[in-house]
Design a protein around this ligand. Sequence first.
Ligand code: NAI
Ligand code: OAA
Length: 334
Amino acid sequence: MVKAVVLGAAGGIGQPLSLLLKTNPLISELSLYDIVNTPGVAADLSHIATPAKVQGFLPADDGLKKALTGADIVVIPAGVPRKPGMTRDDLFKINAGIVRDLATGIATTAPKAFVLVISNPVNSTVPIVAEVFKKNGVFDPKRIFGVTTLDVVRASTFVSEILGDLSLAPSIKVPVVGGHSGVTIVPLLSQSSHPLPTSLKGDALDKLVNRIQFGGDEVVKAKDGAGSATLSMAYAGAEFAEKLLRAAKGEKGIVAPTYVHLSADKAGGDAIKKEIGKDLDYFSAPVELGPEGVVKINSLGKINEYEQKLIQAALPDLATNIEKGASFIDAPKL
Ligand SMILES: NC(=O)C1=CN([C@@H]2O[C@H](COP(=O)(O)OP(=O)(O)OC[C@H]3O[C@@H](n4cnc5c(N)ncnc54)[C@H](O)[C@@H]3O)[C@@H](O)[C@H]2O)C=CC1
Ligand SMILES: O=C([O-])CC(=O)C(=O)O
């Protein structure tokens, strides 16, 4: 029996993500929480002929607590999205408080659940969740994940386009590490499962890297004020949740890049700090998943000089974003 909860379930990401989770046979119960519209979304999804029992909750009548009771996995896409001209960091003002309050609900009602943070800015909202958990004495870094899967999905797609064959997209694996905004998104294209043409260098390589780093902006611009990526994010979020649930059931060898507290695996985390040359608390790295969440934080692998420069360029923003999130919650230092 697996209970999944979506916080922000009536939104642009929340609805298609809830749909995909409803179709996941690993999930037996699905609770939808939002400040609006969840009764309708839940009633609609509940007619789909798959095993998960669906219920919708609103803030009234202790809805958050009811939604979270017994949760095994909680996905958080609650919060405002970008409009053209905004950075993800511009969302901090509104989303930090939303994520803090939802994290408080999880820490007090379902402290053992896996927490998957989608709300932006992910580089800062994950530290907010972690600090709330520390404050409540229930912090387990193995169970808190920043969802960076959309960057991985985009890298697969854009590389398949360069290779001229979109049918390859599902099998193309490119590790994307660092964080989830602009230059903190670092694709390690030299490790692509499908090598890029050797002719792809200079401006053409820069352009591909830039497209992966700023893929979110492409969607924000195209939606022209109506928000940011929702459908591709729902796909990515459901994919990461599925990996975690399969690993939780005991399937071995499942590895996915995700933004975690580097103490989740001390040895692996320390090795990452050495590889990047900086003592950061959080970094998105390839993580091996298991029944308790993080099993192992893998090395970044063989990185070329070009990628080492990308990593170095990511570090200042990442450090600032982490500090901004962590200091938003006044937690005792562990
Ligand atoms: N990690 C990633 O790769 C990505 C993250 N995002 C982020 O996901 C977030 C959501 O994006 P959209 O779904 O497009 O926005 P949206 O505005 O369509 O939906 C957000 C939902 O959150 C709900 N909400 C607001 N405050 C809440 C609270 N206190 N409790 C519960 N629900 C609450 C709203 O009612 C709304 O239904 C944004 O912060 C966006 O930047 C978006 C795309 C990719
Ligand atoms: O760009 C945004 O604001 C939403 C997002 O995180 C993405 O699409 O990667």
